[in-house]
Design a binder for this molecule. Structure first.
Ligand SMILES: Nc1ncnc2c1ncn2[C@@H]1O[C@H](COP(=O)(O)OP(=O)(O)OP(=O)(O)O)[C@@H](O)[C@H]1O
Length: 566
């Protein structure tokens, strides 16, 4: 989907509106025609009947004009909302799949597009499309009228095009700073409590204001240059009447046209040139519109096509083949990841801070994609699993837990549509995560609403709800990034019990940890050091090495592992 394809879909509606615009533009001549008719017929005949007849006719035409204009406004609004509707969900998905700074503005950009494609500019453009007809009439009345109108439009177009090109380069220069300021403002707003507590508002505000200033300085400079041209367009607009009347009077004095033809030319010229002036004056709207459409296209293009065809039911056999992940700076964050585990394995990932454990967890969960190499589940590359199959068959606990604004029910069921049949699965997941008491202690039970990140729950409670979300419906592959980082001793015991229950049910579990007490339940342990796979082996072999005095790995794992199971 692209913005232009969505606009293309609305083409039929625009054509219908344009047809109405033809009549609106013609009917907009009625006041002038009334003026001419009254001057010509009523003033000369002194007839009340003529005045009454002309007035009634014009009143009727004005009502028709009003109805057509009302239809046009409503039809444009309807198109706007249709474009909005068609883009909304695609953009929402693309924002969540991609990783572009443009995504921060995507929702606002849909609004800009909707308003721009249905507002004054579009109406003026439709009206302006009839300008050639009016100019042809002017040529018929007298070629000089036509030439004056053409010259007027040409100067206007030149000024407007120049202003637009200045504006385009200015916005291209300012866009990066605008995006930075926007995302900084968004990010600080979500961390306002910490900012208040640490009393760092002045410093944070200064940084935000600096970013804003950098963008607005560039825009202001642009306004300075483009503003002169804008003023010139205003002067030209003001001079419109003078030019029209002056041309008519000159030709009349030269006995080239009659007074009536002069008046008619004046009216036709007003209708022919007026909408063009309006388009020229609204060029900045056009620019904003195009910029928004370009940003949205970048976001939409970023969303890779999703596989749809279902694979055989997931078993949980996982392999990594030479997996490498390059950072944004082009340096390898993780490399040489190579292992294979059968379904129903528990794999512990250890290593010092910053070694790359979370990165591996992100790759295994599908949150990030390897720069090279392949991760496979049951022999199928991760990216070939359709989302509708991969989602329910896997569970992921990110390091930040990332609970979403919504009820506990919604968070645990991963925002599935409400179905009372799920109640058992929800309570099972909560029980396994040791989170049932959190729900039982809240007035609204499963309908208790969490705020962004999981507030007002405590850190440990958030981790348990996030674990319940990962455990929901006993996934085949579970990826848990430091699942015991916020758990108390009781919570850790419960976690050990639940992971062995999952293993018994055939789930493959990966977890990263800094604590040794979870390592006892592992089948395999993977050690990451400094972004590469230091070692991968069975639990007993690895624990033997870990507990060897003087092993540098020991200093990164707290506590003593207790072997569980065979
Ligand atoms: N997209 C990225 N671009 C650049 N560097 C990155 C990227 N992702 C992670 N890194 C860097 O890679 C290193 C490993 O990060 P990671 O979060 O995987 O470590 P970790 O082992 O989980 O650490 P901890 O135990 O402290 O959570 C860090 O130095 C991090 O800054």
């Amino acid at each position: 989907m692209t913005v232009s394809s969505v606009i293309q879909n609305a083409r039929g509606g625009y054509v219908r509106i344009w047809l109405h615009s033809v009549f609106i533009t013609l009917l907009a001549l009625t006041p002038f025609i009334y003026m001419m008719q009254v001057t010509e017929r009523v003033y000369t005949s002194h007839s009340w009947e003529t005045l009454g007849f002309i007035s009634a006719l014009i009143a009727f035409l004005l009502v028709v004009w009003g109805m057509l204009d009302h239809y046009r406004t409503n039809a444009l609004q309807a198109i706007g909302y249709r474009i909005d509707h068609e883009l909304r969900e695609g953009v929402f998905d693309a924002v969540h799949r991609g990783d572009r700074p443009e995504a921060f503005r995507a929702y606002g950009d849909i609004g800009t597009l909707r308003d721009g494609l249905t507002g004054t500019l579009i109406k003026s453009m439709m009206d302006a499309s009839l300008s050639p007809v009016f100019i042809a009439v002017l040529f018929i009345l007298h070629p000089v009228f036509g030439l004056v109108a053409l010259a007027y439009i040409a100067v206007l177009a030149l000024l407007s095009a120049r202003a637009r090109s200045i504006w385009k380069s200015v916005r291209a220069e300012s866009r990066g700073h605008e995006d930075q300021a926007f995302s900084f403002g968004l990010s600080t707003a979500t961390r306002r409590e910490t900012i208040r507590a640490m009393n760092i508002l002045p410093g944070v505000r200064r940084e935000w204001a600096d970013l804003e200033d950098r963008a607005s300085d560039i825009v202001l400079r642009g306004h300075g240059r483009a503003g002169i041209l804008d003023s010139a367009i205003s002067v030209l607009q003001q001079a419109q009447l003078v030019i029209l009347v002056g041309t008519g009077a000159t030709l009349y004095l030269l006995e080239q046209v009659s007074a009536t033809a002069g008046m008619a030319a004046f009216i036709v010229m007003m209708r022919g040139v007026g909408p063009v002036v309006s388009v020229a004056r609204n060029w900045s709207v056009l620019y904003e519109l195009r910029a928004a459409a370009e940003r949205l296209d970048v976001v939409l293009a970023d969303a890779p096509a999703e596989p749809m065809t279902a694979l055989p039911a997931m078993q949980g056999h996982v392999s990594c083949e030479n997996v490498v992940f390059m950072g944004a700076d082009g340096k390898a964050v993780l490399s040489g990841i190579r292992f294979e585990v059968p379904a129903g394995s528990i794999v512990g990932v250890v290593g010092p801070s910053g070694a790359g454990k979370s990165t591996l967890m992100r790759l295994l969960s599908g949150a990030a994609r390897p720069s090279s190499g392949t991760i496979k589940i049951d022999g199928f590359p991760l990216e070939t699993w359709p989302a509708h199959q991969h989602g329910p068959a896997t569970g992921y606990l990110p390091q930040g837990m990332d609970l979403l604004p919504g009820t506990i029910w919604q968070n645990v069921t991963r925002f599935a549509a409400y179905d009372p049949v799920e109640t058992d699965a929800v309570t099972d997941a909560l029980r396994m995560a040791g989170a049932l008491d959190i729900v039982q202690g809240r007035g609204r039970g499963l309908d208790f609403r969490l705020q962004d990140g999981g507030a007002p729950l405590s850190g440990g409670q958030r981790q348990r709800i996030a674990l319940a979300r990962a455990f929901f419906r006993m996934p085949k592959v579970l990826v848990l990034d430091e699942p015991n980082s916020a758990l108390d001793a009781e919570g850790e015991k419960n976690l050990v019990y639940s992971l062995t229950e999952l293993k018994r049910a055939g789930s493959t579990v990966f977890f990263s940890t800094h604590k040794a007490n979870l390592l006892g339940i592992c089948d395999y342990i993977l050690v990451i050091m400094d972004g590469y796979m230091h070692s991968f082996s069975t639990r007993d072999d690895m624990l033997g090495r870990l507990t060897t005095a003087g092993n540098p790995l020991l200093s990164h794992v707290a506590g003593t592992p207790e072997r569980v199971g065979a």
